[in-house]
Design a binder for this molecule. Sequence first.
Ligand code: ADP
Ligand code: MG
Length: 491
Amino acid sequence: MLLRNIWVLSLVIVTSATDIVYYTCTCQGVSNCNGNKCLGIKCFVTEQKTNEYGDVIRSRGCFNESLNEQCHSRIEILASWCCTSDFCNENFTIYKPVEKPRDTSLLLVTVLPIVLFVIILMLFIFLFWKMKQSGRKKSLPRLLTTDFEHTDIVNASIVGDSTLGDLLDCTTGSGSGLPFLVQRTVARQVTLVECVGKGRYGEVWRGLWQGENVAVKIFSSRDEQSWFRETEIYNTVLLRHENILGFIASDMTSRNSSTQLWLITHYHDNGSLYDYLQRTTVDPEGCLQLAVSIIFGLVHLHVEIFGTQGKPAIAHRDLKSRNILVKSNKQCCIADLGLAVVHSQNSEYLDIGNNPRVGTKRYMAPEVLDETIRTNSFESYKQTDVWAYGLVLWEICRRTIINGMVEDYRPPFYDMVPHDPSFEDMKKVVCVDQQRPNVPNTWSSEKILSALMKIMRECWYQNPSARLSALRIKKTLNNLKNSLEQRKQDC
Ligand code: ADP
Ligand code: MG
């Protein structure tokens, strides 16, 4: 019986001993760790939440008693969990972390003002650039404000190996000049050679374009309006005429951080009529040729041509011998259109331009000097051109040899006003005293000069509307020229 009891007891003990299984657990944050391990019947994890985002104080360890109530409980912020396998508590977490919202306050305080500042700055730069662009566009002719984006490669291919003649021949249809891109390309291929003239508003250089001479008028930046006006007028359709200076290109560039305004035209080696008359005398036929060519040019400016390919009427407003060039064929062409006014009957449109420049005092008509000119009437401007044309005729006639005699070159009113006359000097002579250039008697002894003498006097009427029109002068001089040629042929 005892033996049997011992056997049963030992069996119970063995059975109990074999029932208790020990596991090796991860041990962290508790006191009975053996290193970071411990041996127990269960492994546990306990967590105490410190905030709503799941930040916890966590401990892992071993239970050596069966404290089931401590397992798998969650009381408010305290939770525990048990498991039964080796290191089963190693990676287990009870409270899953909640994604924390970023700390935006720091972001708002530091980054946002910088971003806002950059945006505002960029906005200002953009607005400033826009304003500059629109300002520039306002002050640029339409042709020059289109399509700045094309590359020079494209332009160069347009120009290719053409000569100026080739290029300009292509434009004879409209007579308005080269397309803007070609103008710009040509302008940028010009090399300046020598300064050949100085006007009041800039310098004129002889330049070379693909071996051909061109004239480059370089405007000072303060005279942008003259450049703009001249460019605009030269780009007017049908302006091309043998007695108007041939326009090639206009260009505005930024060189050495300053704006350069170029106007490129045909080059005339003889220079201005003023220069030509200083060094040259002419015979009466030569005188007539100069006079006829100038009036042809002036009439072409003054008339309005109707139709889709038409041209508005243009008055020069600064006609004088310095603004007329002498071509190699001894015909003249009218230059310097920086002060011109444009008129179109159809649209009742008078464009006086926006140029602070005024004409040359010595050549000013009486109504300009006494300021009675009707500034809103286009006719008035044509009449002032006719006054000036009469003075130019007088300058040419003085240099014409009659019976072996010729006068020295002199500017109009040379004997009545000082070298650089003031407005008041001119007004006294022309309006108050109503003086006119002296016309020598010898002129009346020669057919051409006597005709020119008569014309110039009719250009100098005090009353502007009594003066001849340019068209009338053209017809008279053309008739005279034809009759002389006829007589030559008859002989
Ligand atoms: P500004 O507007 O400054 O008066 P101009 O166009 O009248 O300029 O030219 C000034 C001078 O330059 C002229 O008087 C002439 O001597 C010279 N010049 C102008 N254009 C040419 C040209 N195409 N060929 C040769 N000389 C020229
Ligand atoms: Mg001039």
